[in-house]
Design a protein around this ligand. Structure first.
Ligand code: PGA
Length: 246
């Protein structure tokens, strides 16, 4: 962990409705009582809850993000889709792009690149997910895959100040398994080496919880966590934050 702001990004995936929001009061209270510590809490709920969350987070330090968007910056005839400026309009300041669950549904590096460009234009900060599958890991292709995801995903993007990388090994998401310490240190260093001077913040994601965060927080060059399952429960989420910042 660095001494810069530590990021805790909650990826709610396709979970949550208006009733879920009451549980967030605990997190708001926690953040208010910990003003001295340098950390950011960003909730990425389903689109249906972005507006309600951003209203609820007014006058707090908590921020809201989206989980995906269409690549078009303009309005268009794309049934069921929303673009990045529509998400910004309802309160999103961040957006997760390139998540493996969307890559699995057919999102290519090229499509992710278009989405990132559109979100940059909108002024959102992008949490750009990269990560290898178990098969790729077993065949020693991790670095090759990460290199290709970074190069293709960020192709022709000069201004990288809005980019935050989230390294999420696909085999770790939702499985309870995290990478071995040595492996993770090496991989994070490799990701960093893909950028020249101004390397972006790097988050780790994949089964982060209150039991393994003590180990994870010791990995150098990690600026925070992208948290799925454990972020849906305010107590568990706060526990992760507490254990990281203390
Ligand atoms: P997980 O999900 O924490 O439930 O493994 C992380 C993610 O998919 O972003």
């Amino acid at each position: 962990m660095t001494n810069k702001y530590i990021y805790f990004v909650a990826n709610w995936k396709m979970f949550g409705d208006l009733r879920t929001l009451n549980s967030l009061d605990k997190v708001i209270k926690f953040s208010k009582n910990n003003k001295k510590n340098k950390f950011k809490i960003i909730y990425c709920p389903p689109n249906t809850l972005i507006r309600s969350l951003s209203k609820r987070f007014k006058k707090t330090k908590l921020e809201v993000g989206a989980q995906n968007c269409h690549y078009s910056y303009e309005y268009g005839a794309y049934t069921g889709q929303v673009n990045s400026s529509m998400l910004k309009n309802v309160g999103a300041k961040y957006i997760i792009l390139g998540h493996s669950e969307n890559r699995l549904l057919g999102e290519t590096n090229r499509l992710i690149n278009l989405k990132i460009k559109s979100a940059i234009k909108t002024g959102l900060k992008i949490i750009f997910c990269i990560g290898e599958t178990l098969k790729e890991k077993k065949t020693n292709k991790t670095n090759q895959i990460l290199k290709s995801q970074i190069e293709k995903g960020l192709k022709l993007i000069k201004k990288k100040s809005q980019i935050i990388i989230a390294y999420e090994p696909v085999w770790s998401i939702g499985t309870g398994i995290i990478p071995k310490e040595k492996e993770l240190i090496k991989t994070i260093l490799f990701i960093k080496s893909r950028f020249k001077k101004n390397y972006p913040k790097i988050l780790y994601g994949g089964s982060v919880n209150g039991d393994n965060v003590d180990k994870l927080k010791k990995i150098p060059n990690i600026d925070g966590f992208l948290i799925g399952g454990a972020s849906q429960n305010s107590k568990k989420f706060i526990d992760i934050i507490k254990k990281t910042i203390n």
